[in-house]
Design a protein around this ligand. Structure first.
Ligand SMILES: NC(=O)c1ccc[n+]([C@@H]2O[C@H](COP(=O)([O-])OP(=O)(O)OC[C@H]3O[C@@H](n4cnc5c(N)ncnc54)[C@H](O)[C@@H]3O)[C@@H](O)[C@H]2O)c1
Length: 466
C-alpha cells in the first residue's frame, strides 16, 4: 500500500521505516527543512536501535522523504499523522499541529483514503479532524478518520512496532477497518516473522500480534489510559520505596514479591528518580484535563504526578544529607537521557536534577552514551561533558547515577573508586547491590534500600569466604 507519514520524529520515522520493511511504499513528510535535508543525506537524527539499518535498507527505494504534504497525500491510501502534541500552559494537549496537518491535507483528498491519528491525542480528536477536513472542502465520502495509537517505547521502538503486544485500531466504518487490516496484515498474518531478513524478535515476543478493532473514541482512550496506568505503577512503587526507606525494608525485595503476582506483573515497578520523557508527563496532564472537561475529576492522576515530582526532591534531599552543602562541590553525573537506550532528554528527571544542582552552585561533569549532543543545547554553562563514565568520576566529591543505561550497571568499581576524591555514590536507579558497593569501599545511597556500613560489608565478605 502507499502510505504517507506526516512528522518524521521518534514515532513517524520509526512507523515509516517499519511500514517500508513490511512491504509498503512510504513517503515520510516533515516541515523541518534541516531534518529533511539530513534524512535525505543518509543521517539518522535519533538514537534508536535498528533504525539506521532499516533506513539504509529502504532509503530511495520504498522510503522517500518529502516536504510536500499535499502531493504525499494525493499519492497515498493512508495518511498517518505523527506530529507532536505538546502540553499547553493549562496542561491540555496542544492540537494545533494536528489541526494544521488536517487543514493542509484536505485539498489532497480526491479518492478514498484513511487519515490515521498516530499522535497521542485526547478523545474526540478524530471527530475534530473530520470536521476540519470537511470544513476545508474534503468530500466526507472520500475519507475516514482512524485512531491507531502508538505504544512504542523509545530505545526499543523498532522492535516494539514490529513485535507489538497488540495493535489498536479505532474506526467508524468497515471500509476503514479493511484498509487498516490490510496495512497491518504482514504482521497479523505472521508473514513478516517468517522472513529471513526480518528484524530479530525481542525476548519474549508473542507473534502474530492481535489486532483490536474498537470505536475511535475507545482507541483514543486506550492510549491515554495505558500511559496513565503505567505512570501510576511507577509512582506507586516510588511511594512504596519511600516507606521502605522509613522502616528499613528493601524495595527490591518488595518489588520482587509484588511483581511475581501474575495479576500485577514485574514491569514498570522499578523505583527511581521518577518517570520523564515526552509522553508520560504530558499525557497524564492531558488525560486529566480531558476527564475534567467531560465531568470527571481524576484526582488519582494528580497524585501520580505529585509523587513523581516529589521523588526528585527526595533525591536532592538525600544528596544534601550526604554532602552537607552543595556550593563548589564537583559532582559526576552518569546519564542525562530520560531513560536508557535513547538520546531523548525531554522532561528527563536527570536533566532536571542537573539543573537543580547547577542552581545550587555545583560543578557538574556529565556523561551519557547518546544524549550529550542534545544536552549541550540545554545545559550551556557550568557543565563539563565527559567521554566516558570514568572521566566523570575524576576528582568527584560524589557520583550520581541518573539514567539506567546498561553500561552503567557494569562499571569497574575499583577503577571508579580510585579516580574519585570521595567514594560516594548516589544511585537514582538502583543499579548496584548496596552490600557489594560497601565491600568496594563506597558510601552508597540508592532508592528504597538502606545503605550498608563498610564494616558490615567487610564482615559479610569474610563470612562468605569462610
Ligand atoms: N516519542 C514516543 O515515545 C511516543 C510514543 C508513542 C506516542 N507518541 C506520540 O506521537 C506523537 C509524536 O511524538 P514524537 O516523539 O515522534 O514527536 P517529535 O517531536 O519527535 O516529532 C514530531 C515531528 O513532526 C514534525 N511536524 C510538526 N508539524 C508538522 C507539519 N505540519 N507537517 C509536517 N511535519 C510536522 C516535526 O518537525 C517533528 O519532526 C506525539 O503525539 C506523542 O505523544 C510518542
Amino acid at each position: 500500500m502507499r502510505v504517507a507519514v506526516v512528522g518524521s520524529g521518534y514515532v513517524g520515522l520509526v512507523t515509516g521505516a517499519c511500514f517500508a520493511d513490511v512491504g509498503h511504499e512510504v513517503i515520510l513528510v516533515d516541515n523541518d527543512a534541516n531534518k529533511l535535508a539530513s534524512l535525505q543525506n543518509g543521517d539518522v537524527p535519533i538514537h534508536e536501535k535498528f533504525l539506521p539499518e532499516l533506513l539504509e535498507r529502504h532509503r530511495g527505494g520504498r522510503i522517500k522523504f518529502s516536504g510536500d504534504l499535499l502531493s504525499a497525500t494525493q499519492q497515498s491510501d493512508a495518511v498517518f499523522i505523527a506530529v507532536g502534541t505538546p502540553p499547553t500552559e493549562h496542561g491540555d494537549a496542544d492540537l494545533s499541529y494536528v489541526e494544521s496537518v488536517a487543514h493542509e491535507i484536505s485539498a489532497g483528498i480526491k479518492r478514498y483514503k484513511v487519515i490515521v491519528e498516530k499522535s497521542t491525542v485526547p478523545v474526540y480528536t478524530s471527530q475534530w479532524i473530520r470536521t476540519i477536513l470537511t470544513r476545508n472542502g474534503a468530500d466526507p465520502a472520500q475519507f475516514d478518520v482512524v485512531s491507531n495509537p502508538e505504544f512504542l517505547r523509545e530505545g526499543t521502538a523498532v522492535t516494539d512496532f514490529l513485535y507489538p503486544d497488540r495493535i489498536v485500531v479505532g474506526v467508524e466504518s468497515e471500509k476503514a477497518a479493511e484498509v487498516m487490516r490490510e496495512l497491518y496484515a504482514p504482521l497479523t498474518s505472521g508473514w513478516y516473522y517468517g522472513r529471513a531478513d526480518s528484524i530479530p524478535a525481542p525476548e519474549p515476543a508473542k507473534v502474530p500480534p492481535r489486532l483490536i478493532i474498537t470505536s475511535t473514541k475507545s482507541a483514543e482512550l486506550i492510549k491515554h489510559a495505558s500511559n496513565a496506568f503505567l505512570a501510576m505503577k511507577i509512582s506507586f512503587m516510588n511511594a512504596v520505596a519511600s516507606i521502605c526507606e522509613s522502616v528499613g525494608a528493601n524495595v527490591e525485595q518488595v518489588k520482587d514479591g509484588i511483581g511475581s503476582d501474575s495479576r500485577i506483573g514485574p514491569k514498570f515497578l522499578n523505583p527511581g528518580i521518577g518517570y520523564g520523557g515526552s509522553c508520560f508527563p504530558k499525557d497524564l496532564m492531558a488525560f486529566r484535563a480531558v476527564a475534567k472537561e467531560n465531568g470527571y475529576d481524576f484526582r488519582l492522576l494528580e497524585e501520580v504526578i505529585r509523587i513523581n515530582e516529589e521523588q526528585r526532591h527526595r533525591f536532592m534531599r538525600k544528596a544534601r544529607s550526604v554532602l552537607w552543602t552543595f556550593r563548589g562541590k564537583r559532582i559526576g553525573v552518569l546519564g542525562l537521557a530520560f531513560k536508557g537506550g535513547t538520546d531523548d532528554i525531554r522532561e528527563s528527571p536527570a536533566m532536571l536534577l542537573v539543573q537543580d544542582l547547577l542552581r545550587e552552585g555545583c560543578h557538574i561533569c556529565a556523561y551519557d552514551p547518546a544524549a550529550i549532543e542534545r544536552s549541550k543545547e540545554v545545559l550551556k554553562t557550568g557543565v563539563e561533558f565527559a567521554k566516558d563514565a570514568y572521566q566523570t568520576a575524576k576528582g568527584a566529591d560524589a557520583l550520581m547515577i541518573l539514567t539506567e543505561w546498561e553500561e552503567f550497571a557494569s562499571l569497574d568499581l575499583e577503577r571508579l573508586r580510585s579516580l574519585m576524591k570521595f567514594p560516594i555514590i548516589l544511585d537514582g536507579r538502583n543499579l548496584y547491590d548496596p552490600t557489594v558497593m560497601a565491600q568496594h569501599g563506597f558510601t552508597y545511597h540508592s532508592i528504597g534500600r538502606a545503605s550498608v556500613p563498610a564494616e558490615v560489608a567487610r564482615l559479610e565478605k569474610k563470612l562468605e569466604r569462610a
